[in-house]
Structure formats: structure tokens, C-alpha cells
Design a protein around this ligand. Sequence first.
Ligand code: ZN
Ligand code: ZN
Length: 411
Amino acid sequence: MITEKMYEKMAELAVRKGVNVQLGQPLVVSGSIRDAAFVKLVVRKAYEAGAGSVVVKWDDQELTKMHYTYQTKESLAEVPDWMYDREKYEQEKGAAYLRILSDKPGGLKDVDPEKMNAAQQAYYTKMADLMSYRMNNIGQWCILGVPSQEWAEVVFPELDPAEAYEKLGKAIFDVTRVREDNDPVQEWEEHNQELIRHAEQMTEYQFDCLHFTSGLGTDVTVELVKDHVWVGGGCTTSKGVFFIPNMPTEEVFCMPLKTGVNGIVYASKPLNYMGKVIEDFWFKFENGKVVDFDAKKEKEALQKLLEFDEGSSYLGEVALVPYDSPISQSGVLFFNTLYDENAACHLALGRAYPENLKGGTEMSPEELAEHGSNQSMEHEDFMFGTADMSIDGIQKDGTVVPVFRNGNFVF
Ligand code: ZN
Ligand code: ZN
């Protein structure tokens, strides 16, 4: 049973540990009208934690679908100035951003991908110079999920609706480390220490490349940029505020060299991209670029992703997640990247995170590109980790160091 007390703990965790809102700081919360009660709880907890002002941006998946269905492509691609101005204002005020998600996976699957593409392109183009606020961790941001009936029925279609809701709810609270009888803030403290330990160890090795193999057929070598930094757990803003961008998080991640990926990668979980669930897919990489691919379901959506822009057919992230992490152990396929990306080792097509390069958050896009960092308006994670995944780290002098055996860290 998910109790009111657990929701309170979840809201408190989001505000104090997730975005870590500071005294007098503005907070922008995005949430669905279906989660109105929880959003209000979050707003209250944020004020109690000292937030100066809290603004809520409401959304609704059904309305979004109507907009996509009835508006023309041209109309959807028109991003009003006030949208840009509002976000610029928030950023100038040093706002923190908290997003609460509970949407139905695949809820927009009937929408024309051309339209969605056009709207996304236009949005990212308009907002381009505001994206570094989150990408470079200038201000705190956090994404957190809560259960919804619509979501539960996609995850557990075989159960009756009440049971499905209960089961998804339990899974979400469990993997976010919120239980009736624990102190989630304390548990997150310890969990973070472990992630930081792995990240620091990986950074110390400064591997030239990682070689991944799995029983699914994956056999790929991912070269890392020079002076790379593995990151895990939380991040620190340029003002020195520690925050946790993803709740849950189980990954330590790094920056692949844009042109240094070779081999074949078989996905181990479906990918929910722009409302479509892509299944059983693989990519073949040559010098970093996807040169061939296939999918048993929604291949067209995958093609859209690869053709989104020049960088969306190159990798921007390589992330290690132990097979014995709670999400993986829950055995639940959430059909949502926030959760599923934390169930398995993954790669991301699209832009890289500047924080994964020493001094990267201070670099211009041109400087980042010179260091081999991929640039794109997309960043889409897909899972390829398995219970039998092996990873070898190869050092500059050719020394091979086992990193993963049977899906888990060796050290
Ligand atoms: Zn990741
Ligand atoms: Zn990612």
C-alpha cells in the first residue's frame, strides 16, 4: 500500500535531495494535471524548504495529443517569443527545475512523427542558447516519477486496473528508495557514495576504450575522449549546489569519442521515443556513426531519431549500470527511460554531457567538438546491458582490465 506518508517522503526527497532548493530560490515545477494532489504537496514542501517562489507548469497528455492531431505542422513549429522569454527570465533569476512525470508510455504513438519532429526541432532551435542551463548544470534540475493508472495498465496489462496501479506504485517507490519505514534522504546519501566511488575509480583508470560483449550479440568498442570524467550520483552547479538530476539513478556515465565507436550493439530493452515503443533493434557503428540498423517494431521511428540531425547518429554517452541494481532486480519494464535506463548499461545517441570532459562545462560548443564531443539537439538513451554483459577496459599501453563480469562491477 502506498500511503500518504510515503507521498510526503517522496515530495520531500524531490525538493531537498533532488533539486535541493536553496533559501529564497525560485522553483519551477512541471507536472500533469492528473498528479495535481502530489504537485501541490511538492509545492508545499518546497516552500517549507525555503523556496522563494514556486511556479507550476501544468500539462496534460490528452491535450498534447489533440494539439498534435488538429494543428498543422506549420502551426506546431511556431514557438512563441514569450515561451523563450519566460524561460530566460527564470534562468536569470537562478531558478531550479523539477519535473514530475507519470505519462502513459506510448500515449502519443498515433501522432504523425513528421509533426512531432517539426515541433521538437522548432522548440530546440528556439531554445538553443537556454539549453546549457541544464546541460552544463548552471542551475539545479531533477526529474522524478510517480505512478498513474494509465501508466500502470501499460506496464501490467494482464492485471486488473487496481492491482496494476498498486504494483507499479510499489515498484516506483521501491526503486526511488522511499518506504513507509525508512529515511530516504539518508539512504540516498549512502547510495550516492557508492556511485561516486565507482565514478572516481573509472576516471582514475583513464581507459583508452571499453570493449562490451553480451550473449545478445553485442560486440562493440567504445573509445573515450581524452581527459574524460566519469560521473555518477549527483552533480554540483557552478554555484556549488549539489543536486540529483535523475531519481532514481544507478548509472555512472562518460563521454565516448564521437568518431571512436566500432562494432555492433543489440538493444536489451524497448525504447520509448516520441511516444512510440521501438522493439528488438540493433545498430552497427563505423568510426562512431550508425551505418546500419534494424528494428522488429517501429523501425520508422528509429530512422527518424537517426536522421534528426547530424549528431543523432553518433553516440554522446556510455553508461554503466550493475545488473544487481534495484530496477534491474525489480524485473519491471517501465517503458520509461528514467527507470529503464537505470536497469541496464546504456548508450545514448545525440549530444554528450560537457561535464564528462575535464573543463568541459567551460568550453564553447566548438571547443567541445574539437575534443571529440558529439553535438546534437537529441539525446536518446537505449539499453544494451544484460545479465551476462562483460566489459573490459583497455589502457593506453594495451593492458586489459576487467570492469564488468556477469553484468556487475568487478571492483
Ligand atoms: Zn545515462
Ligand atoms: Zn542519457
